[in-house]
Ligand binder design. Structure first.
Ligand code: ADP
Ligand code: MG
Length: 364
């Protein structure tokens, strides 16, 4: 017979709980980048440049031309639960779907060494601060330092150095090439969703820029037309003319749907079924939605062919599952079946219409 002794319960101190939380937000370099990207987008940036070294593990850097961070805010910038985006409990409902606001910079500063330079519109100069373990520190971790005035453009530059330096096990588990590909992928997907913002992303070790949307001609084009250009340019093997778009609204969940996707008869060389899914402006994964899309294409795609789907859903935040941690990419939501089926039906309708026009010899 097994008998064990009950041990008394004690509360973990804040340092440990902060570390645990940080490890959940910043699971890998691309997860950190996603948070940093969203901050730059929230700041109203028009140009966002990302560069990294060793797949983001040595350096992960993002530079934007957004509204910047006031130097007075530097001392609390990387503390947990400090944010400029919600003030009162009621505001939380609007963003609660992805929960845990004010945690990203704190978490990144616990997993790596942060260097933040920022200049707001009314500042004569930029200021630079170093952050470790949620605190503003001096260069090389010296305690109690204040931000240093320096030259700099309007906007913010954030450099995360030596991510996971205090977690060797995790650091060693990453393959640099693979992490870089994940970063590139996150940037490609965000550049598709926020198609009017210029993005670049490159590895500092190399001369090429795998993602650049800088010289895309957006003039007089709809967002979805710009997205078609971006898909052709960034995702490889897909022609603009092989893509079509759908915009639809549903009465349930205040659902708005935006789709840019490949035609079933596209002479494409898409290597695998690809779904780029944004729900309420956040890149997520949802198996249920994917299954619906698989089904819709299944009847029309020739054997061995694949689809590409960019899908943006906007729904009442009330219907998003708040129990899902924001960094768990897989999300759930109310009416998940109803919504997934509605999207599948919508796609299937468009694909079947295209199919008919082929049978009647329409060149399109
Ligand atoms: P949250 O985004 O949930 O507010 P974060 O930890 O990601 O929490 O960021 C904390 C705050 O830092 C933000 O509310 C914002 O005021 C400021 N901030 C972070 N990144 C930027 C940026 N690139 N440009 C302007 N402000 C930023
Ligand atoms: Mg944030």
């Amino acid at each position: 017979e097994r008998k064990s002794i009950a041990r008394s319960i004690s509360k973990l101190d804040e340092e440990i709980t902060n570390k645990i939380a940080a490890g959940e937000v910043v699971v890998r370099p691309s997860a950190a980048l996603k948070e940093l990207l969203e901050n730059s987008i929230d700041a109203g940036s028009k140009n966002i440049n990302i560069s990294c070294r060793e797949g983001g593990l040595q350096t992960l850097q993002i530079q934007d031309d957004g509204h910047g961070i006031k130097v007075e805010d530097f001392p609390i910038l990387c503390e947990r639960f400090t944010t400029s985006k919600i003030e009162k409990y009621q505001d939380l409902a609007k963003v609660a779907s992805f929960g845990f606001r004010g945690e990203a910079l704190a978490s990144i500063s616990l997993e790596g060494k942060l260097e933040i330079t920022s200049r707001t519109a009314d500042q004569e100069v930029a200021y630079k601060g170093y952050f470790e373990n949620c605190r503003l520190v001096g260069k090389n971790g010296a305690p109690d330092e204040s931000p240093i005035a320096c030259a700099g453009n309007f906007g913010t530059q954030i450099k995360a150095n030596d991510l996971f330096y205090n977690n060797k096990q995790r650091k060693l588990s990453f393959k640099k090439k693979e992490e870089f590909m994940r970063i590139v992928n996150v940037v490609m997907n965000y550049s598709l969703h926020y198609c009017m913002i210029n993005f670049t992303c490159k590895a500092l070790e190399s001369n090429n820029t795998p993602v650049s949307t800088v010289n895309i001609n957006r003039e007089g084009k709809t967002k979805n037309d710009v997205r078609k250009i971006l898909i052709q340019r960034l995702f490889g093997g897909i022609k603009q003319s092989d893509l079509f778009d759908i915009t639809e609204e549903f009465s349930f969940s205040d659902l708005k749907v935006e789709i840019v996707c490949s035609k079933a008869n596209a002479k494409n060389s898409i290597k695998k079924n690809t779904l780029v899914l944004f729900i309420n402006n956040r890149l997520v994964k949802c198996e249920r939605v994917k299954k619906g899309i698989d089904t819709a294409y299944h009847a029309y795609l020739p054997q061995g062919h694949h689809y590409f789907v960019y899908l943006s859903l906007e729904m009442n935040p009330r219907d998003l599952d708040v129990n899902v941690h924001p960094t768990k990419k897989e999300v759930g939501f109310e009416n998940q079946d109803e919504i997934s089926d509605a999207i599948a039906e919508l796609l299937e309708k468009h694909l079947s219409q295209q199919n008919e026009s082929i049978n009647f010899g329409d060149p399109d």
